[in-house]
Write a protein that binds this ligand. Structure first.
Ligand code: G
Ligand code: G
Ligand code: MN
Ligand code: NA
Length: 245
């Protein structure tokens, strides 16, 4: 059986479920939002990690119906979520115009709390289409973030041309804090750029108190990572809320 057929069967059985990883304001310890990260929870009980199927789903285009299915679930979960929730997308979503279409068919204040994380790891091929979709979808939702910032294609020019004012600083750079890694200089440059350009910044993959303190001293207050919580299913997320400030 092909991977595509397996993914299609998983979709029919609604086996793709949202997990949520909180984003914390380190000054208050409060949850400001969360990133939705898909998990494939098969009926036989096996939990499949996204790295094992997202690349296939992206190549085959099945990522489009998977994301739509996930958006429907996020929409239902939203009354129980704190702050915003961001959903990972790739350029294909923009080029197909699917986000604004979905947002327009869900005219509810809830969807104003959904944002989208566009990865920098893959290039945008249809730039004009992508720009048009970002412009159409932005007023209907919580906006766009450039994900994996510093690792990929777009960099500063994407932010400028696409009108995105929010970045997620990749874990690769957070990992350099407290080490002799030369990429530490890149982290400082990204943070300085973020402040100068009035970007909202989220630091990803925060795992240690040393990283928390370093980022806070540099004025980067929104953190995501195992130091706070791993991606959690909704019931565990609510348990986390109940035990946080
Ligand atoms: O959750 P985490 O470790 O397990 O995710 C692994 C990778 O899969 C990350 O790069 C993440 O961006 C990607 N990913 C997780 N959920 C989604 C999703 O719903 N859509 C897309 N396109 N990528 C996702
Ligand atoms: O969308 P993106 O590629 O940024 O996905 C974030 C990925 O990072 C997910 O796979 C998520 O599970 C993972 N992740 C989140 N926090 C941490 C962390 O503190 N350490 C590590 N190693 N991975 C993390
Ligand atoms: Mn992401
Ligand atoms: Na990221």
């Amino acid at each position: 059986v092909s991977t595509d057929t397996l993914i299609q069967n998983g979709l029919k059985r609604k086996e793709f479920v949202p997990y949520y990883q909180v984003v914390i304001d380190c000054r208050t310890g409060q949850v400001v939002g969360q990133e939705m990260l898909v998990r494939w929870r098969r009926l036989d009980g096996v939990l499949v990690h996204p790295n094992q199927f997202i690349p296939y789903a992206e190549d085959s285009g099945l990522i489009l119906p998977i994301t739509e299915h996930l958006l429907e679930q996020v929409y239902l979960d939203l009354p129980q979520l704190k702050g915003w929730v961001s959903v990972n997308i790739i350029a294909q979503h923009l080029e197909a115009g699917l986000l604004s279409k979905w947002l327009l068919s869900h005219q509810d204040v809830r969807v104003k709390r959904i944002s989208f994380e566009l990865t920098e790891r893959k290039p945008i091929t249809e730039f004009e289409l992508a720009l048009a979709e970002i412009s159409a979808a932005s007023p209907l939702c919580h906006g766009f973030k450039l994900d994996d910032f510093g690792t990929g294609f777009g960099g500063f020019s994407y932010l400028h041309q696409l009108g995105i004012n929010s970045i997620k600083i990749d874990k690769m750079f957070i990992d350099t804090i407290g080490t002799e890694d030369l990429k530490g200089a890149v982290l400082d440059a990204i943070i300085a750029f973020g402040h100068e350009s009035n970007m909202d910044m989220v630091a990803e993959g925060v795992e240690t108190q040393v990283q928390v303190d370093y980022l806070a001293a540099k004025g980067v207050y929104l953190h995501q990572g195992y130091f706070y919580a791993e991606p959690l299913p909704l019931d565990k997320l609510i348990h986390f809320y109940n035990n946080s400030p």
